[in-house]
Design a protein around this ligand. Structure first.
Ligand SMILES: [Zn+2]
Length: 371
């Protein structure tokens, strides 16, 4: 499926990311995160919820005052007071969110579909009177009746919305269903689409890509996939998937991904697991004899892209699964040359130590074995 380029990344680390249970960013942290996202070329930042109160409003204002290139959006319920609070912060773009599934409309709000239609018209009308750029957010859109969604998209388009956000709020779709639902809407309404996906079944990134392939031109991400419950589609995963799996260049300076990831990891008190896709410290570590040998011959044998592309380094570790080629290369770098006949014996001893310690050997441990 042809991709509707250019894709615009709307990163919501500062909104959905901070909404993660137990995560709080200080104002300084928000400013550093926003600046870095802006510097690497992220086009939009969802930067807060002004209706939460004066503290949040001051943070949003501080972000507006930075004069970033990125468009700043705030998150709002479809309520005039929320949108007014956003206007007071000086933003020029808003996400207006409303529940669109019958489950949410009935069991959360105790309202009806006609109430939702009315609320959309009133809130959107108010926002457009004030010249705001508006993304209408369909909360729980993944469980909504498609016919009703279509009706809402028509209302949104007619009332001047700039785009519609399809939210898999609970993260319960698979990529094929996401594709089908987004395509259904894209084929029927002349309105830009955005996808907002959650990772409850481990498919947030896959669903975001599926939505883009189905025609969405905007995608929500968070750094490290931070977000409600199991999190959102990770910025670094979506961008690298677009570049390497979809062959579309989202124009992001990915070389600072690790720096950004660690910044958000510290600010959220959620350290990044070593095996985290794209930015984990160990995702370019090779130990097994076959892989290390392959990478030494040509990195492209076992690496889909150069680790430097995201700010990481390759590690060839010596451990239980190492083979002769990797071991010999490591010893040479340490200034030790070893006869072929001795290599096999040393390899057995390396395995013994790695098994005992349940981890690879440090250079010092290796040198002790050689001696
Ligand atoms: Zn969300």
């Amino acid at each position: 499926m042809e991709i509707n380029s250019p894709i615009v990344i709307d990163d919501t680390t500062l909104r959905d990311g901070e909404q993660t249970a137990g995560v709080v960013f200080s104002r300084d942290e928000k400013i550093r995160i926003a600046k870095t996202l802006d510097e690497i070329g992220v086009g939009e930042l969802e930067c807060g919820i002004p209706a939460m109160g004066s503290d949040e409003q001051a943070s949003v204002r501080a972000l507006v005052d930075l004069g970033l290139n990125a468009r700043l959006l705030t998150w709002n319920r479809a309520v005039i007071a929320d949108i007014q609070a956003s206007l007071d912060c000086g933003v020029q773009a808003v996400d207006i969110s409303l529940s669109v599934s019958d489950i949410h409309i009935g069991k959360k709000l105790g309202k009806s579909r006609s109430w939702v239609r009315e609320q959309l018209k009133v809130a959107l009308g108010f926002a457009k009177q004030h010249d705001l750029y508006v993304s209408v957010g369909g909360e729980d859109a993944s469980r909504a009746d498609l016919g009703f969604l279509l009706e809402l998209l028509e209302i949104a388009r007619a009332e001047g919305a700039d785009r519609f956000r399809f939210c898999d709020t609970l993260g319960i779709l698979d990529p094929f269903t996401t594709f089908a639902k987004v395509k259904y809407l894209a084929d029927r309404v002349d309105l830009d689409l955005e996808v907002h996906t959650h990772n409850d079944l481990g498919m947030a990134t896959a669903n975001a890509i599926a939505g883009i392939r189905a025609g969405a031109r905007f995608v929500n991400t968070t750094v490290n996939g931070l977000g409600e419950r199991a999190g959102n589609a990770a910025l670094e995963e979506v961008v690298m998937a677009l570049r390497h799996a979809c062959r579309v260049d989202p124009q992001i300076d990915t070389g600072r991904f690790v720096e950004l990831s660690r910044l958000v990891g510290r600010a959220s008190c959620r350290p990044v697991p070593e095996w985290k896709a794209v930015v984990g410290e160990k995702v370019f570590s090779h130990e097994s004899g076959l892989h290390a040998d392959g990478v030494l011959k040509f990195p492209g044998n076992y690496e889909g892209y150069d680790p430097a592309e995201v700010g990481l380094q390759r590690h060839l570790v010596i451990g239980k699964h190492s083979g002769g080629h990797g071991l010999k290369e490591r010893l040479e770098r340490l200034g030790v040359s070893i006869a072929r006949s001795e290599l096999e014996v040393l390899l057995q001893r390396v395995r013994g130590v790695a098994e005992k310690n349940k981890k690879p050997l440090s250079d010092e441990e290796l040198l002790v074995l050689v001696a």
